[in-house]
Design a protein around this ligand. Structure first.
Ligand code: CO8
Length: 259
């Protein structure tokens, strides 16, 4: 598929998805969502990509769903656009490799929701976060009412959603919405450094850690530890587990083969 609103590159095991609609601050319309769906399906299947990084061109990460487009929709069409976006967020969350959000600027509404669907969020000091939907007479519709309380707790999520308050990167870090804050000029370097660290580890272990954490967070502890046992077993029967432990005993770096 040819992309008009995003750029996809890959280099040294990293897949870069750059939101590229800077005149609209990278707002998500149905065409952008279709392109994101396509690119993340491709990343999921692409053995050359071990970790993906999502970022935005210009001064915004993503300033939300496209308000101009939404303003033209009736109820049914609005529901369809919500479901389309929710599916994209679920896809990003469930692909079998880590996705890092390198949040360069505004992450508002659907933009914050996309960042939350990623595994890890690294923010530039210039980034701004918020769920301003109630200003428009709607509520978050790309998973924000569900993922935000899971990340920052119910009270803080309600405060942010009810008030539509925009917060800076340090505050987002303080409440646990982002995992690291770096100077703007070091953002991509920080995301790549983390991606390279992850790529140096056993690939099946990384994949299974993602499965165990994501499945577990959506259920209770009893079921969650059962997911962990299943995921753990998948790592324990792998050749890389034998290699990892052997390398430790032999005091040498492990050579993982994704087997
Ligand atoms: N949609 C469409 N266009 C946008 C959006 C957006 N979300 N955000 C900014 N733009 C456009 C502006 O219209 C403007 O275009 P133009 O130059 O043609 O007038 C351009 O981007 C630059 O924006 P501003 O001039 O407003 O720039 P400022 O620096 O003054 O302000 C802000 C930046 C604060 C980010 C401001 O643009 C803003 O408040 N944007 C809207 C943020 C927002 O409310 N986001 C939430 C949207 S709702 C949502 O995401 C719901 C998700 C679930 C949807 C379910 C589907 C039905």
């Amino acid at each position: 598929m040819e992309y008009k609103n995003i750029i996809f590159d890959k280099k040294d095991g990293i897949g870069y998805v750059t939101m590229n609609r800077p005149k609209a601050l990278n707002a998500l319309n149905t065409e952008v969502l279709t392109e994101l769906d396509d690119v993340f399906r491709a990343i999921d299947k692409d053995d050359e990509v071990r970790v993906a990084i999502v970022t935005g061109e210009g001064r915004s990460f993503i300033a939300g769903a496209d308000i101009a487009q939404m303003s033209e929709l009736n109820g049914t069409e609005g529901r369809d656009m919500t479901i389309q976006g929710q599916k994209v967020m679920e896809l990003i969350e469930s692909i079998n490799k880590p996705v890092i959000a390198a949040v360069n600027g505004f992450a508002l509404g659907g933009g914050n929701e996309l960042a939350m669907a990623c595994d890890i969020r690294i923010a530039s000091e210039k980034a701004k976060f918020g769920q301003p939907e109630v200003n428009l007479g709607i509520i978050p519709g790309y998973g924000g009412t569900q993922r935000l309380p899971r990340l920052v707790g119910k009270g803080m999520a309600k405060k942010l959603i009810y008030s539509a308050e925009m917060i800076d990167a340090q505050e987002a870090y303080r409440i646990g919405l982002v995992d690291e804050v770096v100077p703007a000029e070091e953002l991509m370097e920080a995301a790549e450094k983390l991606a390279k660290t992850i790529m140096s580890k056993a690939p099946i272990a990384i994949k299974m850690a993602k499965v165990a954490i994501n499945n577990g967070i959506n259920t209770d502890l009893t079921i969650g530890v059962q997911f962990e046992a299943e995921s753990y077993t998948s790592t324990f029967v792998s050749e890389d587990r034998v290699e990892g432990m052997k390398a430790f005993v032999e005091k040498r770096p492990a050579e993982f083969k994704n087997k």
